[in-house]
Design a protein. Structure first.
Length: 63
């Protein structure tokens, strides 16, 4: 049986995955996404790409 993980985010904006049955450590919060390891890692990659794109757009739109 494949393990289920949850995506967590630190106060510094770092992402990680954690076994769904483990408590989220202090300084981290549950993002609400869970699934197989590969699905969680793909989700993190998508989030990071979206954040980078938003940052780039904001930088390029500055006067």
């Amino acid at each position: 049986m494949d393990s289920i993980f949850k995506v967590i985010k630190s106060e510094e904006g770092q992402y990680s995955i954690l076994d769904i049955y483990k408590d989220t450590p202090s300084g981290w919060k549950d993002t609400g996404f869970s699934g197989l390891k590969g699905d969680c890692l793909a989700h993190i990659k998508e989030i990071i790409l979206e954040e980078r794109q938003a940052s780039l757009n904001a930088t390029m739109n500055k006067p």
